[in-house]
Design a protein around this ligand. Sequence first.
Ligand code: AHR
Length: 519
Amino acid sequence: MNKFFISLYALAFSFSAFAQKESTLTFRLSDAKDKINKEIYGQFAEHLGTCIYGGIWVGPESSIPNTDGYRNDVLQALKDLKVPVMRWPGGCFADEYHWMDGIGPKENRPRMVNNNWGGTVEDNSFGTHEFLNLCEMLECEPYVSMNVGSGTVQETAQWVEYMTAKDGPMAKLRKKNGRENPWKVKYIGVGNESWGCGGSMRPEYYGDLFRRYSTYCREYSGNKLYKIASGASDYDFNWTETLMKNVGTRMKGLSLHYYTCYTWNGSKGSATQFDDDRYYWTMAKCGVGIEEVLDKQIAIMDKYDPKNKVGLLVDEWGTWWDEEPGTIKGHLYQQNTMRDALVAAVSLNTFHQYTKRVVMTNIAQVANVLQSMVFTKDDKMVLTPTYYVFRMYTPNMEAVNIPVDVKCDTFTAENEREKDAQRVAPYISASASKSSDGSVTVNLANVDLKQSNKLVIDLGGLTGKIISAEILTSKDVHDYNTFDKPSVVAPTAFKNAKISKGKLIVEMPKASVVVLRIK
Ligand code: AHR
């Protein structure tokens, strides 16, 4: 090629690389029926690494500013998220946890080895009272996972009695430990990952155990229980089929775990150093990947439960990368970049579409573990990019989902499940919802690493003004916040949106999340 053609080629290439793309979106107002359960924005707190100890709880004697032992900075951050529900004590930890070890005077509480998570010694100073009081402070529903793997039916039955009964032997013990009135506990998990760390069971056997254990979870003093069966890991359709067949509507909810993760050659990949291929794989896995799994799992549930009585709870989800070098093995401490923020936005946009069956989701986990909301170190706390997406998305809780049709360019990414197969996914992810005060929230993510995108959104007859607009983006998708530089990735006011002739026009920068409210 001569020089002239090379420069023409380069010119054309640079135009196509930097030209703004255009996409069209249409609100389907006539299909806006299903409420986005606030529990979609649930959190998960496990006795794992520094999630509880150091992350939430420092104890009342700590020099770190606290209220009754809970860190003030984390408490405030969680209040700002309006956390609707918190799952505890695990995870894998739940099936080795004996709740009676975590009540009564702290000095008498036995210690145990946290076998699942690095062999750390657990002193049980954070137990039932500490967890349920935290939920009261946050005004969120507690979701307590029972020990089916290594516990007994009696232990489970007595735990429910201890937490919720007004009178009787367990209530007497609770009162002796300083709590007069029962707590309100709605969500009870009967085991966790019972196919794996929760007991390596087959679904037929677990189904029978669910029937047995849940029989003795009694409803005391008007407290209504929502009993949740331990569900499948992403593509295990046989587990769901067997439970739906053998347990059916005896369970109120069935869980599902879906992590955006995959191990290639012994590594899940670094949280902060990744190439474009791995980035696009991630975006496809957390969007259309979740859709594939939800569609198939829900089809099985529909077959056995056409009246939609059993809720699906994605009670563990999020990114799972390699642990940060130099951190304690088994503590699952990973950084959180703008890529994780995009995963949160795309996943939440996806969950909004399934809100009829998907009644709750719990991102893993709330502090210092996996795709966390906050990091803590001594008396410092930093908010992660994922935290900001959750905060920006709060207006969607309990609002009615407005389905949105998106026409935009797509990318193809490797599908790790089938050799040589690929997932085709859109660059633009969107959802919208209408709140009871009449305001409409529009949630947008542009996952394109190279190009901005002009979105022309047909509001389907909705009128109003933009009353707030925020953007989360950064110079580089690998950017993250640290204790020294806590605001590298933080939301700012967004100016590049307007409403004109019934259309909302949004100029979305590359790799960005935008949330707008219209009224
Ligand atoms: O969130 C970390 C772990 O992932 C949980 O303990 C377990 O349930 C899942 O495998």
